[in-house]
Design a protein around this ligand. Sequence first.
Ligand code: ZN
Length: 201
Amino acid sequence: MSARVDHGVVSGTFSLDGETFDVDNNVWVVGDDEQCVVIDAPHDVDAIMKIVGGRAVKAIICTHAHDDHVRVAPALRERTGAPILLHPDDRPLWGLTHTDELWDADLTDGQSIKIGGAALTVLHTPGHAPGAVCLYSHDLGCVFTGDTLFEGGPGATGRSFSDEKVIVASIRRRLFDLPDETIVHTGHGADTTIGRERDNV
Ligand SMILES: [Zn+2]
């Protein structure tokens, strides 16, 4: 059985620093016909489960802990029994959304997560958030960047817990190490490639 990537867009809000915005979040599901992992848990469990279909969810991987990426992570855990994985440097952000529940296991740089015959390598890429990670799959020829890299350049760094110099360093050191043809699946909006973004960072 070979792994594939499924995708949906889920709408809701993002709040930080006392402001709230409407946002459309990408949800990425990686796996085969039997089992999968879900990358980010925004807004709506039922919408996410439509992308999952009948498959067993083995993990809920959070690219970072902004509320639009983790809001329904505990509810999705309850529905599926899957553990929530998050980089521990995002604990302060997690605590802004979930005060009485934690994630289950820490993501670590270089960790390999295997699903449906593919491997996802965790790249710690701080800047948009201190615990922001990207997930690279050599097997699938793609990288899931959350809000670290978008079509057109780096993610936003104007709010609390963000740092522009740090995100640029993360992208240049870690993501620009990847082959030009690597497809970039982002947290919001369209796909791009590593090669296309080299002049934008
Ligand atoms: Zn974010």
